[in-house]
Write a protein of this length. Structure first.
Length: 156
């Protein structure tokens, strides 16, 4: 019973901290995902691609690194073959260097779709880290599934 109480206390603390941040910092402190906003149409410095473009890129760019910017819980519901999991919350320059040592390595980021801003955040981080060949699959898994393209799922 004590363990549950501590978790509930931590949850209240996190909720209070989030509410305090929103009050102090204004509406920008509330995440765009929480507001239900769509990801931007374009991200300067990156190339936006479609599901068909992802397939073409994978065939053309032998060293393409496909990065799934979603949380592990989302990935369990399906992911693109060959992608690596690097959630936006863990994306930083050292993390990117572990999957793509050279800033010339082509990187492709995706997440759940237009209402998911995780890949947009990861793209911006990659650009800030000096990566020059950055692709963004804005449509993400939503577009991929709508086109009935194959994807992998983790076991039960």
């Amino acid at each position: 019973m004590r363990h549950v109480h501590r978790r509930a206390g931590r949850a209240r603390h996190r909720a209070a901290a989030g509410l305090l941040a929103a009050c102090l910092l204004g509406p920008t402190a509330v995440s765009a995902a929480a507001r239900g906003e769509e990801a931007p149409e374009e991200i300067p410095g990156s190339t936006r691609v479609t599901a068909e473009s992802v397939i073409a890129l994978a065939g053309r760019e032998a060293d393409l690194v496909i990065i799934d910017a979603r949380l592990a819980s989302d990935r369990r519901h399906g992911y693109l073959e060959g992608s690596v999991s690097l959630p936006d919350t863990r994306t930083d320059c050292p993390g990117l260097a572990r999957v793509a040592a050279s800033p010339d390595t082509p990187l492709l980021f995706y997440c759940n779709g237009p209402h998911c801003r995780r890949s947009a955040a990861a793209v911006r981080i990659a650009l800030d880290c000096g990566y020059r060949d950055v692709y963004w699959f804005r449509g993400g898994m939503e577009e991929w599934r709508a086109k009935n393209f194959p994807y992998l799922t983790e076991g039960p």
